[in-house]
Design a protein around this ligand. Structure first.
Ligand code: PLP
Length: 419
């Protein structure tokens, strides 16, 4: 490591030069908080408060049920999907915002398994994923395979190096999270998709930690299906609905068991028997949560002021700076970098282990530096270029250093239900 030349003044100078700096004004963050948890719950766009008032007071309160037509409620899942699409390299008619990531994953997996069950791939019965994947992804895949029975199962791979070999003649579907929630490791989407296709498998990508965080090109990679969150880097609000991507080439044969009336070709015909909508509409299930969906639009609007390339460039600068400062300023302490140093393999977060990671994170939060903790021993720091400054990074590391130097944390701290 070269000698530290960075100073707080140098960080402030970088903020002055930062083309994304003005976008911080689009968010309402409490004074005295350095928010490094936008990878778990994004900050609130300023516009969300007024939009919520409009939707609740006028559209719901005054216009009541007429708003399904007059305020565009009916089209919201598709309209938001079209607005989100460019962030992940998707076509405007290939994405809807609906349901949760868990549910969308179930739909995508079920559709992929069904496609594979036809023709010469019919004997493939394995869904391959990583043991380190986010638990709900694995739970949903296991839920699906145990309901299907007939020999379907989930194969868990222990490291990404073992992935290519695990995609064998039994593998029907590969389900991968593009950026790992714990380590921040980023997969090579194009290369893994190509490998899976060469070996006869379809690929479902989870973009929970990618959408709005790193550039994604689903169509460029010729991926098969994708899902992702809007409440993380896309700043859609707590519990905001997720998205699902079905490329045009798979839409006609995209079928899933959650055949609710919103996925019907004519929901208000109230017909007997399910007939799926043409196109992406068939990925919908039931009535969407309109108030929550409206908030998603406020998050997406901010992205239209910049590009994912500009966001990525700043994200790498922020994470490089954080790693450099932690490793130099806190060198006396037992911190271990978990996140890859190599840019191509890094998402927009940095994780460090510490033997008292949970207690140290609680102390950081008490001092206004909000990150989070994931078992085992991992302190997670998410970097969101839309509202995080270089001076924030400097200040966060100084507070971390102070806490560690003075051992100012409580190892017996009680854990909340959400860590
Ligand atoms: C955050 C996250 C989820 C969340 O799923 P929900 O259904 O919204 O609870 C799923 N998968 C991954 C990889 C995540 O990071």
């Amino acid at each position: 490591m070269s000698e530290l030349t960075t100073t707080r003044a140098a960080c402030l100078a970088r903020d002055d030069q930062d083309p994304l700096a003005p976008l911080r004004q689009r968010f309402d963050l409490p004074a005295g908080v350095i928010y490094l948890d936008g990878n778990s719950l994004g900050a609130r766009p300023r516009a969300a408060l007024q939009r919520a008032q409009e939707v609740v007071a006028r559209e719901w309160g005054q216009d009541l049920i007429k708003s399904w037509n007059t305020a565009g409620w009916f089209d919201l899942p598709k309209r938001l999907g079209a607005r989100l699409a460019p962030l992940v390299g998707a076509g405007a008619d290939e994405v809807v915002v609906t349901d949760s990531t868990s549910l969308n994953l179930f739909k995508a997996l079920a559709a992929a398994v069904r496609i594979q069950a036809q023709g010469e791939t019919a004997n493939r019965r394995v869904i391959v994923t990583e043991r380190s994947n986010f638990p709900t992804d694995i739970y949903m895949a296991e839920g699906l395979t145990s309901w299907l029975e007939r020999g379907y199962s989930v194969r868990l791979v222990d490291s990404s190096e073992e992935l290519p070999a695990a995609i064998d003649a039994d593998c029907a579907v590969v389900m991968l999270t593009h950026v790992n929630y714990r380590t921040g490791h980023q997969h090579d989407m194009a290369a893994l998709t190509r490998h899976a296709h060469q070996n006869g498998a379809l690929v479902v990508w989870d973009l929970a930690h990618s959408a709005g965080a790193v550039p994604v090109d689903l169509n460029g990679a010729e991926a098969d299906f994708a899902v992702g969150c809007t409440y993380k880097y896309l700043n859609g609000g707590p519990g905001a609905p997720a998205f699902i991507w079905v490329p045009r080439r798979h839409q006609a044969r995209f079928a899933h068991p959650l055949s609710g009336w919103w996925g019907h070709a004519q929901p208000f015909a109230m017909a007997h028997g399910f007939a799926p909508a043409d196109g992406i509409g068939r990925a919908l299930c039931g009535t969407p949560p309109v108030v929550s969906l409206a908030m998603v639009e406020c998050g997406l609007e901010v992205f239209e002021e910049t590009t994912m390339d500009a966001i990525r460039a700043k994200s790498l600068q922020l994470t490089d700076l954080f790693i450099e400062l932690v490793e130099s300023r806190c060198a006396a302490h037992p911190l271990g970098l978990v996140t890859p140093r190599e840019h191509a393999r890094r998402g927009s977060q940095v994780s460090f282990t510490h033997p008292h990671g949970y207690a140290v994170m609680q102390a950081l939060i008490a001092r206004g530096v909000i990150g989070d903790y994931r078992e085992p021993e991992i302190m997670r720091f998410g970097f969101t270029p839309l509202y995080t400054s270089f001076a924030d990074v400097w200040d966060a590391v100084e507070i971390l250093k102070d806490i560690l130097d003075r051992e100012d944390y409580d190892v017996g701290a009680e854990r909340g239900a959400v860590t």
